[in-house]
Design a protein around this ligand. Structure first.
Ligand code: GLN
Length: 449
């Protein structure tokens, strides 16, 4: 399904699509909310349906973040990306399932239900943007928005066999994205073609006065196909390939990917980035610390669920205990611990320094080289219920987290199958080289037919 199939679509076509989704989503559970009568705004993409991850606020449309604490929350305003999509004519048709507050890698942390992988319904679609990935992979919508803090767009894209793009930090406004870890979060698109990824990026990117971390650098998403690829170079990070959790058949697919790039005139060489192996440890200090601060606002007074108590403190405790799931509580506790006076220097401050070091190593190598490549996920989609212990889930993020720590752009390219399941490859680039990352991804897409 592509954007071009829908340009100019009117009510009848959208109604037909929704009817079809309603029926088919019984087996997939990609949607938390499906609209009955979505507005079809005018604009260059009028009539093009889009699904939105449920941590992006939509005026008048329930936005749950996959959490009981926001089960009945109806935001009074639109996120900037939603305003931009509406002005361009896109039709928001529904909100997609996700791991609670985007914490997770399988969508099984949703407080409501797990989403199934359309390529094998006994398996997870990845996460945390699993609903958005499943909706696109199942051909329910041409495009969807997700959010990516440590891989949550790229990893589910890889596990379901679609494209998923995390832009440079600051390229897309986070206004209206319910914050997980603000220094890492970015909104981005999932789609079945690179062209559709570029189209959505062209619409949603840009400086926003409501998000002071947005940049005014103008990126050429419209002209991405004209960017010359031949003669460019890419690096493989030695420490990434030495990762013991890497499935040997995924590693073989990666070798094929390298050959594909070389055939296109991209030279590939290996480099060593000694600090990158600390990425997961660093991320799981930095992200929970930001969680402990960002999620303090869910107190039973200002938003969503309220469980009353004898006094204010009891109300807070009861509300947060009933409203948050296990993983969210774990991260709030971890973050509160590492930020506490006695441990701040040993954990949080140390992690900030390591983050800086990892980023600098990456920037340096990306000054002399155009791209960095890796598999997107070390493994293919696990079965529902197969992976439950938090540590083994955290380890799945090994390839995606570095791009968030450094704020650089990264895309997942669906690249064939391993044991009948989709496998994805990742291309990263220097900060603000987003269009050039898309250009190479597009060449690979074409080369694969
Ligand atoms: N799996 C990672 C986590 O649980 C990434 C999530 C994300 O990118 N939102 O934090």
């Amino acid at each position: 399904m592509k954007i071009s199939d829908f340009i100019g679509a009117r009510e009848e076509k959208i109604k037909g699509l929704l009817k079809d989704i309603k029926k088919r989503d019984k087996d997939i559970n990609a949607f938390l909310t499906l609209l009955e009568n979505p507005e079809i705004p005018e604009g260059p993409y009028s009539g093009v349906p889009i699904a939105i991850k449920d941590n992006i606020t939509t005026e008048g449309i329930r936005t749950t973040c996959g959490s009981k604490i926001l089960e009945n929350f109806i935001p009074p305003y639109n996120a900037t990306v939603i305003e931009k999509l509406r002005k361009a004519g896109f039709v928001v048709i529904g909100k997609t399932n996700m791991d609670e507050f985007a914490m997770g890698s399988t969508t099984e942390n949703s407080a409501f239900f797990p989403t199934k992988n359309p390529r094998d319904t006994e398996r997870v679609p990845g996460g945390s943007s699993g609903g958005s990935a499943a909706a696109v992979a199942a051909g329910m919508v041409p495009v969807a928005l997700g959010s990516d803090t440590g891989g949550s767009i790229r990893q589910p894209a890889a596990l379901t066999g679609v494209f998923g793009f995390k832009p440079t930090y600051g390229v897309v406004s986070r206004y209206g994205l319910v914050a997980y870890a603000s220094s890492l979060d970015q909104i981005g698109p999932l789609a079945t073609t690179v062209e559709d990824i570029a189209t959505v990026m062209d619409v949603i990117s840009g400086k926003d006065e409501k998000d002071s971390t947005t940049s005014d650098v103008k990126l050429n998403f419209r002209g991405f196909k004209d960017i010359e690829i031949s003669g460019r170079n890419a690096v493989i990070v030695k420490e990434m390939m030495e990762y013991e959790g890497l499935d040997s058949e995924v590693a073989k697919s990666f070798e094929e990917f390298v050959k594909t790039l070389e055939k296109m005139g991209v030279s590939v060489r290996r480099v060593s980035l000694p600090t990158i192996k600390y990425s997961i440890a660093t991320y799981y200090i930095v992200a929970p610390a930001e969680v402990s601060s960002n999620l303090a606002r869910f107190d039973g007074i200002r938003y969503g669920l309220r469980v009353s108590g004898e006094n204010l403190k009891e109300l807070y405790l009861k509300t947060r205990n009933a409203g948050f799931g296990e993983e969210v509580k774990r991260r709030i506790l971890l973050g509160t611990f590492t930020l506490s006076a006695a441990y701040y220097d040993a954990y949080f401050e140390k992690a900030q320094k390591v983050r800086r070091k990892i980023s600098e190593e990456m920037y340096e190598v990306l000054e002399d080289n155009d791209y960095m490549i890796s598999p997107t996920s070390p493994i293919v989609a696990p079965k529902i219920g197969e992976k439950t212990d938090p540590l083994s889930l955290y380890l799945m993020d090994f390839y995606t987290i570095p791009a968030n720590l450094a704020g650089i752009p990264a895309i997942n390219i669906p690249f064939g199958e391993v044991r009948g399941l989709p496998v994805g490859m990742q291309i990263m680039g220097g900060r603000f080289s987003d269009a050039s990352v898309l250009a190479l991804a597009w060449k690979v897409e074409k080369a694969m037919g």
